[in-house]
Design a protein around this ligand. Structure first.
Ligand SMILES: [Cu+2]
Length: 369
């Protein structure tokens, strides 16, 4: 554009054009965005998909999400030491002395898989509060091998399977700080005991019988207690790099109907993400976790197997995760997010003989409007 008119008017026009040019040029240089398109949505404005309650919404916004998580476990470890079958069989049976209970463990879990389907909704009644609810449907499967009463011969194996609704989480995210990219909020939640703690299955005993019994603690679907879930989340970014951290606890209240309480748990996670373009970011995450032992005992859970002993639960874990976040920018895919994250244990120090974590994978879809 060029001013073409005479003297005074010309100079005014020239100044206006120059100002307009500078304004648009500087705004282009600043964010590199063509303003004829809708503003970009950043893939890394959400944490890696494995982090829950990481972001808040603006007043009136609603978000729906679906997450799928698969977790695989195998082998047996006590503390930091892997145990051979012979070492597991040499472990004293807590229930020895009761009818049909041999002195040592005779059933060894070999593999466990968990499949979780999580449906979530978020709603922000105002800018400083986001409400969140998450329901979960869970499937668990555990393979075992069984040894005869002296423990010198394997007599067979069996698999137990359960599936059903797990516990339901309801939380509120309360904004503490909103300084440009620097965001801090409190996570205040409760877990409601919608998951069953009386799941049963058929097993094979060392005597070769196949009774149907109450399954051990790791095969139950819920905690049976109302659990309080306090936490705090920090997120930040600079240019194409974003990062965050979250501390979360699970505090059990009282004992459940079967007279026990799962251990309290604490989790600390931190991540960093790099945005290649607004629609795609990749992340690296570290997670530290501590899970306490069970207090009390379900009188209907007994057997020569490590999982029936309420002191063989939990431990200390460090996991590393690699993730990808995608978000649609235009047309009908605008605002739809897809994300995936894989986690592997870096360290696991287990409370008594338990199966080891191998890996977990989470994939999810999210859409806000
Ligand atoms: Cu959301």
């Amino acid at each position: 554009m060029k001013p073409t008119s005479v003297a005074g008017h010309g100079r005014l026009l020239a100044a206006t054009c120059a100002a307009l040019f500078f304004f648009s040029a500087s705004s282009l240089a600043h964010d590199g965005i063509d303003h004829s398109k809708p503003a970009p949505i950043r893939a890394d404005s959400h944490a890696p998909i494995g982090v829950m309650g990481d972001h808040m919404h603006k007043a009136g916004e609603v978000m729906f999400s679906y997450r799928y998580k698969r977790m695989d476990m195998s082998g047996v470890r006590d503390g930091m030491d892997d145990l051979s079958n012979a070492q597991v069989l040499a472990t004293p049976n807590r229930f020895f002395g009761a009818p049909m209970q041999p002195p040592g463990l005779r059933i060894i879990p070999t593999e466990m898989t968990m499949d979780m389907h999580m449906i979530g909704a978020m709603y922000a009644p105002n800018d400083n509060l986001t409400l969140m609810v998450m329901g979960m449907y869970m499937k668990k499967e555990m393979d075992h091998i069984v040894f005869n009463p002296p423990g010198n011969a394997q007599i067979g194996g069996f698999t137990t399977k359960v599936e059903g609704l797990a516990d339901t989480k309801v939380s509120g995210l309360v904004r503490l700080m909103d300084e440009g990219p620097t965001q801090v909020h409190l996570n205040i939640g409760v877990s409601l005991p919608t998951g069953s703690i009386t799941e049963e299955g058929a097993i094979l005993t060392p005597m070769g019988m196949r009774p149907r019994v109450r399954l051990p603690y790791p095969m139950q679907l819920g905690s049976g207690t109302v659990d309080v879930l306090p936490g705090i989340t920090y997120t930040d970014r600079s240019g194409d790099i974003s990062w965050g951290a979250q501390a979360m606890a699970t505090l059990r209240s009282g004992r459940n109907s079967e007279n026990y309480q799962l251990g309290n748990a604490g989790e600390l996670t931190t991540w960093a993400a790099y945005q290649f373009a607004p629609w795609v970011s990749t992340s690296l995450r570290l997670k530290g976790e501590t899970i306490g032992k069970i207090s009390g005992q379900d009188a209907r859970i007994a057997g020569p197997v490590q999982t029936a002993d309420p002191s063989n639960i939990g431990g200390r874990f460090i996991e590393a995760g690699l993730g990808v976040n995608l978000v649609g920018q235009e047309g009908y895919i605008r605002g739809h997010r897809l994300a995936i994250e894989a986690n592997v244990p870096v360290m696991q120090d287990l409370n008594g003989p338990q199966m080891k974590r191998d890996w977990s994978l989470m994939a999810g879809w999210q859409y806000a409007f």
